[in-house]
Design a protein around this ligand. Structure first.
Ligand code: LLP
Length: 421
């Protein structure tokens, strides 16, 4: 149940026909179902009942403040990777102590701001980063709560661009170095070393890579504790996959059972950082067909959304199901390339996709677009950032308006010495 289903032939978001929203806000736009967001959160969080586990929503997946606020209202913390995300999370009502600051390249300026804003935890990814944080924190007379991200050298068996836990990936500290780094951290002013973190990749559709990584972390915890180190926090990252096509991703209870098995008796506070799983299936991108055209023996549907609005298909060759907003009548299907108007051959949403008969003016819903959709959009080709709409039962709200041309073009400044001398 995604929050999007046909009723009387019309695709609805919760109880509202998507075509009606399109008539109000225009196309293209992102549409999220608050019902689906809530359900995804409670399914995930509920699976960890009985464990000392905090859900820190990975706001990079969808950082609209309405989305963050919805999860914060259900008790979520946040996982952030930049000062901007930190400020968004705070603005959306996430308490600072429930915010985890991840990321491989936190600058000193970002560290200082985060310390100033009382950020709850820093996930450290290298020795130079540790030294920088110690220096910044001590200089401010503060102590940063730090955990160390381990690179466990586990293959997450996902797209190579979103696999993060193999030796040689840029993320984390090498497994064999962690004990040294931990000892060093304990000797530093400004650092309170209190645990480990791991995140092996995104869109995982099998559980065994999680188990393998978690077991390695558990072994490391035992080893470090035996050496006298204090570890009372473990951040287990995100990564649980969703349905884009015909995947059968693990259910949260099975995922949580692994966590329970591996860490249940370890007496640690656990953090989970789900992103995609909480928002991915709860969003669609709605676009209108501008033209149908035939060329080189192929049919093309040229739509008004483009790779700047949703880059996943071209960046990761990602499949997103695409359905007409008006439910198709018969079973006739024929192959169509669904493409955007941007001047790049890669501006493609689907290649030779079996689609029902299409016409210009038809609305299409690109599914599972709630994660890494709007957040990865750009204004390439000087296209406006598109609106985001959240539907809650019978109501909808624009949670980000369409950008306007004055804002877009007005950002540039032409120095008066250009063309004037
Ligand atoms: N924690 C850390 C440290 C991460 O790097 C990520 C995602 C997450 C949590 C959340 O992972 P999730 O639960 O969403 O899988 N743009 C790509 C995905 C990039 C993921 C980056 N890190 C895509 O569209 O597939």
């Amino acid at each position: 149940m995604t929050g999007f289903s046909y009723r009387d032939g019309a695709l609805c978001a919760d109880n509202l026909p998507v075509a009606e929203i399109a008539a109000t806000v225009g196309t293209p736009f992102y549409c999220y179902s608050a019902t689906a967001l809530r359900r995804a959160y409670t399914d995930f969080a509920g699976a960890f009942d009985g464990l000392d586990a905090e859900i820190c929503y990975a706001v990079k997946a969808n950082s609209n403040q309405a989305v963050i606020a919805l999860f914060a209202g259900l008790g979520a913390g946040a996982d952030v990777v930049s000062e901007g995300e930190l400020r968004r999370a705070l603005a959306a009502g996430v308490p600072a102590e429930k915010i985890v600051y991840s990321g491989v390249g936190k600058s000193r300026g970002e560290m200082a701001s985060a310390l100033d804003l009382e950020c709850g935890q820093f996930n450290i990814e290298s020795e130079p980063e540790l030294a920088a944080l110690a220096n910044v924190a001590a200089g401010m007379g503060k102590t940063a709560r730090a955990v160390f991200r381990v690179n466990p050298d586990v293959d997450a068996d996902t797209h190579h661009k979103i696999s993060t836990g193999r030796a040689g990936d840029k993320f984390g500290i090498e497994f064999d170095r962690i004990a040294n780094v931990y000892a060093r951290a304990n000797a530093l002013n400004g650092i309170n070393a209190c645990g480990l973190a791991v995140h092996i990749g995104s869109q995982l559709t099998r559980l065994d890579p999680f188990r393998e990584a978690f077991q390695k972390i558990a072994g490391l915890v035992r080893e470090l504790r035996a050496e006298g180190h204090v570890l009372d926090r473990l951040d287990l990252g995100g990564g649980l996959g969703i349905v884009y096509r015909d995947e059968v991703p693990p259910v949260p209870t099975d995922y949580a059972d692994i966590v329970r098995d591996v860490f249940g008796d370890m007496d640690v506070a656990l953090m989970l950082e789900p992103g995609r799983r909480l928002v991915g299936e709860a969003g669609i991108l709605v676009t209108e067909i501008v033209y149908m055209k035939e060329s080189g023996g192929r049919s093309f549907a040229v739509v008004d959304a483009a790779m700047n609005d949703l880059i996943r298909p071209t960046l990761y060759e990602a499949w997103h199901d695409i359905d007409p907003v008006a439910e198709p009548d018969g079973d006739a299907r024929s192959p169509v390339d669904i493409v955007g108007p941007v001047c790049e051959t890669g501006d493609i949403f689907a290649v030779q996709r079996d689609m029902p008969p299409l016409q210009s003016g038809y609305l299409l819903a690109i599914r599972s677009a709630g994660a890494y959709g709007a957040v990865m959009s750009s204004t390439y080709n000087s296209r406006l950032l598109i609106p985001e709409v959240m539907v809650n039962g019978d109501h909808s709200a624009v949670i980000r308006p369409r950008q306007d041309y004055d804002t877009l073009i007005g950002l540039d400044t032409v120095p008066d010495w250009i063309g004037n001398d």
